[in-house]
Design a protein around this ligand. Structure first.
Ligand code: FCB
Length: 418
């Protein structure tokens, strides 16, 4: 049984998604340090695409593309640049954006943690310490106060599992640890932080709906006849996709991060802390075990479905989307696609990509779709090379130009919202 979608007056959302650091510019946080330390491949974020000053006109572009919803995130480092000290001007800036969204009738969807942290955070209250939970809950409370009467749809955490793996196992993103001993604790604290934020938000905004944006990945055996490749697919699916689904469905989790880290825990208030389950879906990985380059297995993108790879080499595989939605639906919450999109500068694949993914939305339990992204933006480790925008951005002039797929997005939106 699927739970009811909370917004009776707006049963379906069609929107675009972006995150603060990727578009705003001039935000000083752990990622800025990461760039300075030379740990990213692309250009540093710098001015990004200047949305801090252009948010309202960017929102107008989403409206012009037929959206009725707008997903963005609040920068913790702007709001709380020093521990315990709030920057009221930053909060007022975000409030002005939310007011504008209401004015042009876009439902705001607010993410509170989209990868970046204030500079003090990893030093003073890192995710390995229980204090992290309290700090995040306090941040959520302040933002909820600022957005009272304006924002109903809240996503405390973007891709907690990706953050766990990237930040604490691979060490590719801040805080850059590579330590299997902390994984269990960090996972626990992230889920506790989600629950603390949900409480803080609901206390201040009774009509709030709380979600999570969970990255789900399709997996396939690189050599379908090899037992070990298929075994690895099962392990990857269970850990990467299903662990979070189960955690929110049951309040319990027990899974293996290969090769041998067992993550087990329990949090009885977790199922009640969620109203909507958000899925971020992009692509599929082909797994090979044992790997040539990695002990447990290699993972690669390849064009098995024949649509052609995206500009950053990801497989386009809309056929894999329905099964992942089924996996997500198993938690029993109404679904929203919180991200889906591709890097495609010349719009070779985007119209088709949109069409085929939208086809998977024709089911009763899907209540929203947010395309990643509204604009070309800063793509983390890869800098500005991948172009994910419905609108292209010229970073010399900061001019925004609609790609042809804006029309596809508008047409599909009109039929989804009908
Ligand atoms: C997602 C991230 C988002 C963006 C897209 C391409 O995993 O949430 O910030 O980088 O990938």
């Amino acid at each position: 049984m699927t739970g009811r979608f909370p917004f009776v007056d707006r049963p379906r959302l069609w929107g675009t998604a972006l995150s603060h650091y990727q578009v705003e510019g001039g935000d000083v946080c752990d990622w800025t340090e990461w760039e300075r330390a030379g740990k990213t491949r692309g250009e540093p974020c710098g001015d990004a695409v200047d949305s801090w000053r252009r948010y309202e006109s960017d929102a107008d572009l989403a409206r012009a593309a037929g959206a009725n919803a707008f997903r963005f995130s609040v920068s913790w480092s702007r709001v709380e640049p020093r521990e315990g000290e709030l920057d009221e001007a930053a909060l007022a800036r975000y409030r002005a954006l939310a007011e504008h969204l209401r004015r042009i009738d876009l439902e705001p969807c607010v993410t509170l943690l989209h990868y970046t942290h204030p500079l003090w955070f990893h030093e003073r209250t890192p995710w390995t310490s229980p204090a992290s939970v309290d700090r995040f809950g306090r941040f959520a409370a302040r933002v909820a106060e600022a957005f009272q009467g304006l924002v109903r749809f809240w996503v405390p955490l973007n891709e907690p599992f990706v953050f766990l793996l990237g930040g604490f196992l691979d060490g590719q993103i801040p805080p850059g640890l590579s330590d299997t001993r902390v994984l269990r604790r960090v996972f626990d604290h992230l889920l506790a932080a989600h629950a603390a934020a949900a409480n803080a938000i609901r206390e201040r905004i009774p009509e709030a709906a709380v979600g999570v944006a969970h990255n789900m990945m399709a997996f396939a055996p690189e050599r379908p006849k090899k037992f070990l490749d298929s075994l690895l697919v099962n392990i990857a699916d269970r850990c990467y996709n299903r662990a979070i689904v189960e955690a929110f469905a049951t309040g319990r989790w027990d899974f293996l991060i290969p090769p041998a880290t067992r993550i087990r825990g329990r949090r009885d208030d977790l199922p009640k802390s969620l109203d909507v389950f958000g899925v971020n879906f992009y692509s599929r990985l082909h797994l090979r075990c044992p790997g040539v380059t990695r002990f447990i297995g290699d993972f690669n993108y390849r064009d098995a479905s024949g649509y052609g790879l995206t500009d950053n080499g990801w497989e386009v595989v809309p056929e894999a989307f329905p099964a992942l939605l089924d996996e997500a639906a198993a938690a029993g919450f109404p679904l929203v696609i919180t991200e889906n999109g591709l890097a495609d500068e010349h719009d070779r694949l985007r119209p088709m990509f949109l069409e085929r993914h939208a086809a998977a939305l024709a089911r009763d339990d899907v209540h929203g779709y947010f395309h990643w992204s509204l604009l070309d933006n800063y793509e983390w480790l890869d800098g500005y090379d991948p172009k994910f925008g419905l609108y292209a951005v010229d970073r010399n002039t900061m001019a925004r130009t609609a790609r042809p797929s804006v029309e596809t997005f508008r047409r599909l939106g009109a039929s989804f919202l009908r």
